[in-house]
Design a protein around this ligand. Structure first.
Ligand code: SF4
Length: 239
């Protein structure tokens, strides 16, 4: 029987795309060290979305689905100036909202949702954003991830909003492998030290967005590298 060909050496530099393979689950102490390492880089993390109160935060998060925060931030100052309250946004209506947000993905559906959620806030919640999950998720265009962001930032709850960056990161590095965002969320909530949980979603989103990128993670400048179980780390920048 012919001998099997030798396995190619794993890339250790940035010139070869790293294969995507699931990492083994980190032990709890390693998971904590990983998150604490990220925390050192940004002790007071903030959302990158522009907003000025709970209502405008909710609208910005709804608009950010499948779109970058930067794209949303280019639209929202003018939109929020025109309609700073739920009553004003409901009065503007989908047709009035649309022209402000035409440059972001799925803008037509989002315009309808923002108008409808503003109307619901006026009709059912006295013009206030509710602070409980069930009521938030009943609003048009608001799913679990959006509710988690609002509950975390505006209401101080220890929620974990799993977006595409956190889902990738949780699986790639072994922090919280899971087949669905909900699985990753539940694992992260269990594994994050309680004192870090509220800020952890910011650290993980920012880490996924700027360092542990989808195509090629920039492991050479990752502060949590020593605690990461990803087997194909990219240890030098592309030439
Ligand atoms: S070492 Fe690389 S793969 Fe692991 S978390 Fe850091 S950037 Fe991501």
């Amino acid at each position: 029987m012919p001998a099997k060909p030798a396995r190619p050496k794993r890339p250790d530099h940035g010139t070869v795309a790293a294969p995507r393979r699931a990492a083994r689950l980190m032990p709890a102490a390693q998971a904590e060290a990983f998150i604490r390492a990220l925390a050192t880089t940004n002790p007071a993390p903030q959302s990158e979305l522009l907003y000025h109160d709970t209502f405008t935060l909710l609208v910005a998060v709804v608009l950010s689905a499948q779109t970058t925060d930067a794209a949303v931030n280019r639209c929202t100052p003018a939109l929020f100036a025109a309609a700073p309250t739920p009553a004003a946004m409901a009065a503007l209506g989908a047709e009035g909202i649309g022209p402000y947000i035409r440059t972001i993905g799925l803008w037509q559906g989002k315009a309808k949702n923002v108008a409808a959620l503003a109307r619901d806030l006026v009709d059912k919640h006295g013009g206030q954003v509710p602070g409980d999950r069930e009521a938030l998720e009943a609003l048009p265009g608001v799913g679990r991830k959006t509710a988690n962001v609002v509950l975390n930032i505006a209401f101080g709850q220890n929620t974990m909003a799993v977006d595409t960056h956190i889902f990738r990161l949780g699986n790639r590095c072994g922090l919280a492998p899971g087949k669905t965002p909900r699985e990753v969320e539940e694992r992260l909530v269990k594994r994050c030290p309680p004192d870090l949980l509220r800020d952890a979603h910011h650290w993980l989103i920012l880490h996924g967005r700027y360092i542990c990128k989808a195509r090629a993670p920039e492991c050479w400048r990752c502060v949590a590298r020593a605690f990461c179980n990803y087997r194909d780390k990219v240890l030098a920048p592309p030439l």
